[in-house]
Design a protein around this ligand. Sequence first.
Ligand code: AMP
Length: 285
Amino acid sequence: MSIQTITSVREMQKLSDNLRKQGKRIGFVPTMGYLHEGHASLVHLSQQRADITVISVFVNPTQFAPNEDFTKYPRDFERDCSIAEKAGAQIMFAPTTDEMYPHGYSSMIKAGNEAAKFEGVFRPTHFSGVATVVAKLFNAVKPHFAVFGQKDYQQTLVVQRMVTDLNMDIDLIIAPTDREVSGLARSSRNVYLSSSEKEKAAILYRALMNAADKRSNGERNREKLNEVLTQTLYTVPEINVEYAQAAHADTLDEPDYFEEQDNIVFLLAVRLGNTRLIDNYVWKT
Ligand code: AMP
């Protein structure tokens, strides 16, 4: 059966109401399209737990600042439909910008405390846009659960906070980061990288692994762990670091010393040429 495409919020809601009446369990994978194997892995995870998987493709203007890449964000809807279908999704929800933000639209969600640091410093309006669109998509798709990628680690915390704080009856599943052989995390934005930049971008994963090794060898001093991240990244002169930090994996707190039992997230955002890349790794006890 080929994938069913829906562009209207009202139609999506009606379809979900019907599926729910039939007792079907709905899994949801929100994306901005230009799908890759990372997105497909989220669909697979959803399919293991759902009767029906809805994937959405919507490049959300409210999460981009005016100087960011909204207009040049890569788009290829035909290809997305074929990848989503092959991955096992049954429904493609692809609303237009006007459908999601019609004339007069003016409500936004203020993201919680998890939004303030790291990405929040460099993209101050980003998580409010993310929280808003995720809430809107949840209200359109009415899923039982939604799958998000660990690739956007801080986003998973922000969305979980919103779901908890606003009493949304939706479970979140976090999928591991899908990587190329070099260790580079798959991302729609990797298409911006030249082949030599792509090779250089493998340094992000090496930095994360070096920091994880350092912690495994007993280092709990946060500054020392941060130094490993930064020093590894700067072995590639073309890299500009926005942040490269160790933080408590659940709270994003930054103590001078981590406790023995703390799970730690290493978070990176860098610029390589004109491309901004993020990645992370969670070191667990
Ligand atoms: P995006 O289209 O980049 O907004 O991503 C849509 C969803 O796919 C988000 O939950 C991302 O975290 C997730 N995602 C993106 N890249 C990857 C990856 N390489 N591995 C796993 N999940 C990913």
